[in-house]
Design a protein around this ligand. Structure first.
Ligand SMILES: CCCCCCCC/C=C\CCCCC/C=C/C(=O)SCCNC(=O)CCNC(=O)[C@H](O)C(C)(C)COP(=O)(O)OP(=O)(O)OC[C@H]1O[C@@H](n2cnc3c(N)ncnc32)[C@H](O)[C@@H]1OP(=O)(O)O
Ligand SMILES: Cc1cc2nc3c(=O)[nH]c(=O)nc-3n(C[C@H](O)[C@H](O)[C@H](O)COP(=O)(O)OP(=O)(O)OC[C@H]3O[C@@H](n4cnc5c(N)ncnc54)[C@H](O)[C@@H]3O)c2cc1C
Length: 634
């Protein structure tokens, strides 16, 4: 007799009479029906493998055992990648996109940097010959690489990196050295114990002149014994300059000195997708739990309500739910720009490079910071159970907050965006992705609170805040301040302008995607409600920017507030159906709070029972420490 599949009755009720086709949204997020099929096949292929499951929860292992267990699974995963029926590269791309890696490797993937930075660095910066020599070896995992740029003393300021690569014309070799403690490479993933090669970013010196940071291929460990090569601690020999600019002893400048930063641009684009995938997990966990959890009293004398019926809970969870769609669509736009710009760069056309740099910095900083804030709100919305390690919120939060720092600390990236915006506005040229900065904003300054009207408000804020920042820079200049001091004293305005630009891009991506997309009427309705909710939410959160840069009035704001709470109520009935559309398997969510069947309490209890402390009634430490204390009559 088939075992009755339990489904929490409240969740079951939430799923009845769904007014839209969930699969249509799943296909939209996957990039089409075929992609959904491919993803589900990959998920089955990976998640059905018993050897990829944890014998005991990772949190109960020692540091060394965690590393060994993650490495065991990562190596097994690589074999499965190589044997994948879909092919290695499509499977890898699906693995990275679907957040599947973290479903299997919960403490982190010791081989992630090999795929996310080492191979992209070879592909983006290696010469044809170097790629012929190393790419196959890297794809076949005959070498494990990392990307070693950050040092103990420098992570942000690349022009300040201390590692030196001095070219010796006699031997035609580069001598790499770490001249000081602060020059030690620090932070690169896999560098400590896993990688045997690294792309090392170092200052290139030739004929006594520093030519700036360049990438070098360096072997770190013996391929057989894995022992560090001689002198590896503070002196490296025999590195090879990737995309060598040394021709017969003479340095030939690259067309753009920032092309050596290309790997970071790629990862910033990838990070936008990754933090969105993590946010989708957090929203799914919190939404399902909020429909299972009944607490307190809404109507005196009534049964305890689902906490999702509190407007306060909807205000916590529906903006992040909407954000997952907004960030996904913006990340898709950025990915397309990345490919176009990269193809052009390969043909020597660098026109889109500033746009790509500006936009990748903007979206990486915006998506990572917003996702981190929203994940924390999702955790808090689950009360005490949200604080448990098994809820998976601590791990998801750790992953998204890391993204606020790595690949360019967010503040530093905001200032990069501001530099690009100020230049575009002042020079009235270039800026293909910031066309609104070129020429004056036409049309009346009256405000209408339609979707189009709200988008116009975002544009006014984006261009207005750049002008406010420029006015500050000019004011400082008139006072005789040097440009670098004026820049530093305008930082607050510059960052606000950069953030307003990033939000405009996300808002326009969302609105334009709904206009262009071939959507059924029911899906268009619910996504339009989410879009309107999200752009009003952000406007209300940052109303000062809009008051400063448009004719927005107090009445407009009150009207938008009313519209916002109406949208909360309108979307509430579809919350579970929307997160079900993400099609995230329980193994990917990895949380008793977010499981599809809503059997939360039993699963929480089962998780707690796995703790080593729950394997006996009295832990041995009682006899060692507590009992003597109890007897000591202090
Ligand atoms: C099976 C496995 C599956 C695994 C799946 C896992 C998926 C997980 C997803 C993601 C995981 C990611 C893991 C990543 C781990 C982290 C890695 C790292 O952190 S690597 C190190 C990152 N470090 C940085 O980002 C450093 C930040 N600093 C800088 O980039 C630079 O110092 C700077 C801040 C940009 C300043 O550079 P610099 O001083 O040289 O330039 P400026 O003087 O400011 O500007 C001069 C002009 O150059 C332009 N510019 C600057 N940068 C770029 C660029 N990158 N591209 C193009 N142009 C650039 C700048 O705009 C100026 O132009 P003008 O104004 O003069 O025209
Ligand atoms: C989880 C994780 C994984 C990582 N993996 C790698 C890796 O694989 N390879 C690698 O090379 N690196 C890696 N890193 C290092 C990472 O790239 C750096 O930590 C990051 O670039 C920030 O640089 P920093 O640590 O020097 O911070 P700092 O720049 O020292 O930041 C300290 C403060 O100074 C401020 N600040 C710095 N410059 C400016 C400025 N110009 N204007 C205003 N404020 C400024 C920052 O905003 C920040 O508030 C990793 C980091 C983390 C957290």
């Amino acid at each position: 007799m088939s075992k009755e599949i339990y489904e929490n009755p409240d969740l079951k009720k939430e799923r009845q009479n769904c007014p839209f086709n969930k699969e249509e949204i799943t296909h939209l997020l996957d990039g089409g029906k075929e992609k959904t099929i491919e993803r589900k096949q990959l998920e089955n292929y990976i998640l059905s493998d018993e050897q990829l499951k944890d014998a005991v929860p990772m949190e109960y292992l020692s540091h060394a055992d965690k590393y060994a267990e993650e490495l065991r699974k990562a190596c097994l995963l690589m074999h499965k990648l190589a044997d994948s029926p879909a092919g290695q590269v499509p499977t890898l791309r699906a693995l990275m996109g679907a957040g599947l890696g973290s479903a299997v490797l919960k403490e982190g993937n010791p081989l992630a940097l090999h795929y996310v930075m080492f191979i992209p660095a070879l592909m983006g910066q290696g010469t044809i010959d170097q790629q012929a020599k190393w790419l196959e070896k890297a794809y076949n995992l005959n070498m494990i690489g990392t990307y070693a740029q950050t040092e103990l003393g420098h992570g942000t300021f690349l022009r300040g990196l201390e590692t030196r690569a001095t070219y010796d014309p006699k031997t035609q070799e580069f001598i790499l050295e770490s001249p000081s403690l602060t020059a030690y490479k620090w932070w690169p993933g896999s560098l400590g114990k896993t990688a045997n090669y690294a792309v090392v970013m170092a200052q290139l010196y030739t004929k006594g002149k520093c030519e700036g940071t360049h990438p070098f291929m360096v072997q770190l460990r013996d391929e057989e014994t894995h022992e560090p090569l001689p002198g590896i601690v503070n002196m490296w020999l025999n590195p090879v300059c990737i995309s060598s600019y040394i021709h017969y002893g003479t340095y030939v400048k690259p067309t753009n000195s920032k092309l050596s930063y290309a790997t970071m641009v790629f990862v910033r684009v990838v990070v936008c997708q990754d933090v969105t995938t993590n946010l989708r997990k957090a929203v799914t966990i919190a939404t399902r739990y909020s429909c299972v959890r009944r607490q307190s009293e809404l109507k005196p004398g009534d049964r305890e309500p689902q906490v999702m019926d509190y407007q306060a809970q909807q205000n916590k969870l529906l903006p992040p739910l909407a954000a997952t769609f907004a960030f996904q669509l913006a990340a898709d736009h950025l990915w397309n720009l990345y490919h176009t710009a990269n193809n052009n760069i390969e043909q020597g056309d660098l026109e889109l490079l500033p746009d790509l740099h500006g936009l990748s910095c903007a979206l990486k900083a915006l998506c990572s910071s917003e996702a981190a804030n929203f994940v924390e709100v999702c955790r808090q919305s689950c009360g005490g159970h949200g604080y448990m390690s098994c809820s998976n919120f601590p791990r998801i939060y750790g992953q998204v907050t890391a993204a606020e720092t790595y690949e360019g600390e967010n503040t530093v990236l905001w200032l990069q965006v501001a530099r690009y915006l100020v230049k575009t506005r002042k020079e009235q040229s270039g800026g293909l992705s910031v066309k609104y900065l070129i020429g004056e904003e036409k049309g009346p300054k009256t405000v209408d609170t339609t979707l189009e009207g709200i988008v116009k408000l975002y544009r006014r804020a984006a261009v207005g805040l750049v002008d406010v920042a420029i006015a500050e820079l000019d004011k400082s200049g008139r006072k005789g301040e040097a440009p670098h001091d004026a820049w530093n004293h305008a930082a607050v305005y510059l960052i606000k302008a950069a953030q307003a630009h990033a939000r405009l891009f996300v808002v326009e991506s969302f609105v334009d995607s709904l206009k262009e997309g071939k959507l059924s009427a029911p899906v268009r309705t619910v996504l339009s409600q989410l879009c309107e909710l999200f752009i009003i939410y952000w406007l209300l959160e940052r109303s000062g920017d809009f008051f400063l840069c448009s004719n927005l009035t107090k009445q407009d704001l009150l009207l938008l507030n009313s519209k916002y709470v109406e949208l909360l109520a309108a979307i509430r009935p579809q919350a579970v159906n929307l997160v079900d559309s993400f099609d995230l398997r329980d193994e990917v969510l990895n949380s008793p709070l977010g499981c599809w069947d809503g059997n939360v309490y039993q699963r929480l209890f089962d998780e707690a029972a796995k703790s080593p402390l729950n394997q006996s009634n009295v832990h041995e430490s009682f006899h060692k420490y507590l009992k003597p204390l109890l007897k000591s009559n202090l």
